[in-house]
Design a protein around this ligand. Sequence first.
Ligand code: UP5
Ligand code: MG
Length: 190
Amino acid sequence: QRDKTPFITFVLGGPGSGKGTQCMKIVENFGFTHLSAGDLLRREIAANSADGTMILNTIKEGKIVPSELTIRLIQKEMESSDNYKFLIDGFPRSEENRIAFEQIIGAEPDIVLFFDCPEDEMVKRVLNRNQGRVDDNIDTIKKRLKVFAALNLPVVKYYLEKGKLYKINAVGTVDEIYKQVYPVFASFNF
Ligand code: UP5
Ligand code: MG
């Protein structure tokens, strides 16, 4: 498996748009390895790594961690995996992230999923989550939404213009949304 050319999917969408929830279902059905950039960064905080404090402060402000750091974490996971199918969830969050990934990894995504969700719905979901995330408070959510609109939407536009974007209407039940996601992957012969 690991000799195969990687199949890379970027999973984009605002805070609480349902990226992680839908990724779990894609993993079950299509055998992908799920790499949530946010989860990898939170793992560094929990492990008290050298960059932990900086990452924590960045996440509390809803800002973006330096590209090289996030990409190093993603690269480590990809290289140590036996799989060749990857869901990279919540990355790239900016054009700078995107270009750095292309340069360091030397690859582009095969496809990009974009979970399109209205802001009020995203706010509701994040505030209901209750998993103790330091960024799940109204002040930080507002900052995350601003950063998303200013820096992440240009990345979405870039992949739309490249013909790689699959836009998913992220309003509805988890199953209703997955009904749009499933055919995207079912159309590939991995
Ligand atoms: N839920 C899910 N689907 C639902 C549905 N259809 N109907 C009703 N409820 C639904 O879902 C969020 C909540 O909604 C959950 O409680 C779920 O049960 C419910 P989830 O699937 O977790 O949504 P997701 O899009 O994954 O939301 P998340 O909050 O994880 O998105 P963010 O992009 O904000 O968070 P992430 O972890 O990716 O990043 C956090 C921070 O890390 C960033 O703000 C940034 O500071 C930093 N970061 C970087 O600096 N660089 C990176 O590359 C990545 C992150
Ligand atoms: Mg998530």
